[in-house]
Design a protein around this ligand. Sequence first.
Ligand SMILES: [Fe+2]
Length: 270
Amino acid sequence: MWNYEKRLQFPVNIKEPNAKLAQVIISQYGGPDGEMGASMRYLSQRYATPYREVAGLLTDIGTEELAHLEMVAAIVHQLTRNLSMEEIEKSGFAPYYTDHTIGIWPQAAGGIPFNACEFQSKGDVITDLFEDMAAEQKARTTYDNILRLIKEPDVCEPIKFLRQREVVHFQRFGEANREDCRIQVIVYLLSHICIIKAFRQRFDYGPNHRIHLLQGANPYRQNAGIRHTPDAAPIRCRAGAEKGRSCRKAVADFPAPFLKTLSERAFYAI
Ligand SMILES: [Fe+2]
């Protein structure tokens, strides 16, 4: 549950209404990279993440995005209240006014209504965190664009604050993403420790020899996920039916789900 504090995260005190500015800024209410999409993205994604720390971060930032949504609404409201009919017509605000009067409604600067397809909740923590980092950069760019279009200090100051928070969110998601990758590698290593032992016993190689399973490689293609250190001698199987067979060929028989799991997630060296 949430507790509501009856104040804005950063004060908004706009002296002069200006419907032209309102039509641009409303994009951060219901546009493709706006605060509505941001808050829904993080507050929806948190359920599928297996890590409590990441779920907590998503709840924390998703909650702050709701506060940003409120700030953007306050800015748009203060820019459109007390407008005369003449100002509404002159500023190009008439189409919006026709449908919503001066109510706040989620749309992009181009008039396109908010759509949930503007964010994802994919159910894969790494995929979601990468989307979140990209989303924060897109929101930051949108605020940069708005700041190029407006000069009024009482409008610029809260916009600058919102822009700065997007930068902080990007950094926090980046930290969670790195931490999350490390956790996943450890989990995979622990769960596959027996297979790794078997791998070590199965092939002859010197103490300095390293075999790398490459991220994103297709383990079903022979040797595709494997790279040897360049100065190493060819690796041969020690025993059994594969005795003397090159590792490059033998690895094709290695348990595919294990190789797939590792190569999907991490650069890993045995
Ligand atoms: Fe954000």
